[in-house]
Design a protein. Structure first.
Length: 177
């Protein structure tokens, strides 16, 4: 079994997930991995862990742009996630007198909206599981779940491209290339 590149040991020291470290181990450098990574969530995590005392505005704006990719999945007429994203973007740009407390408040509201939507789906799934007459619904649900997984993969790839737009170069790891 090939040995891990030295730079991935730095990922481990940062407590990166095992899946990310295993994936990264196939690349000789962080720069090469960064260029082809299709997991925007991993990339945002790494930037957040390595940013240091620099401004987090760019990171927040990149994360907001990624979050916008999920808006098509928000129930119709549910505005709290969009309001949270827009408020956070305003805060990151330093405008309109938005405070961090306001950002937290709208984020909490958006989380509640998403949680409520998932609770409805969970309740539906639990009901369907108790009724054998809904066998067709099970198949439809499985197909929907597979479509959701494919959409998630596509969204993570889009997010990775967004992150690279804001951070074209990989972040610096202590002792890594």
């Amino acid at each position: 079994m090939p040995t891990k590149p030295q730079w991935t040991k730095q990922l481990e020291a940062l407590h990166a997930c095992k899946e990310a470290v295993a994936w990264a181990s196939q690349y000789p450098s962080l720069s090469e991995a960064w260029a082809v990574c299709e997991r925007g969530d991993w990339m945002l995590w790494l930037i957040a862990r390595t940013l240091g005392n620099e401004s987090r505005s760019t990171l927040v704006l990149a994360a907001c742009e990624c979050a916008r990719l999920a808006l098509p999945y928000v129930p119709e007429n549910e505005q709290r996630p969009l309001i949270a994203i827009e408020t956070t973007e305003k805060w990151a740009r330093g405008g309109d007198g938005i405070t961090l407390d306001q950002v937290r408040s709208v984020a909490d509201a958006a989380y509640a909206a998403v949680y409520a939507a998932y609770a409805v789906y969970a309740a539906y799934a639990a009901h369907a599981a108790t009724d054998a007459a809904h066998a067709a619904a099970y198949a439809a649900h499985a197909a929907a779940y597979a479509a959701h997984a494919a959409a998630r993969t596509k969204t993570l790839k889009q997010c990775a491209d967004i992150v690279r737009k804001h951070y074209p170069e990989a972040p610096k790891l202590k002792g890594a290339t």
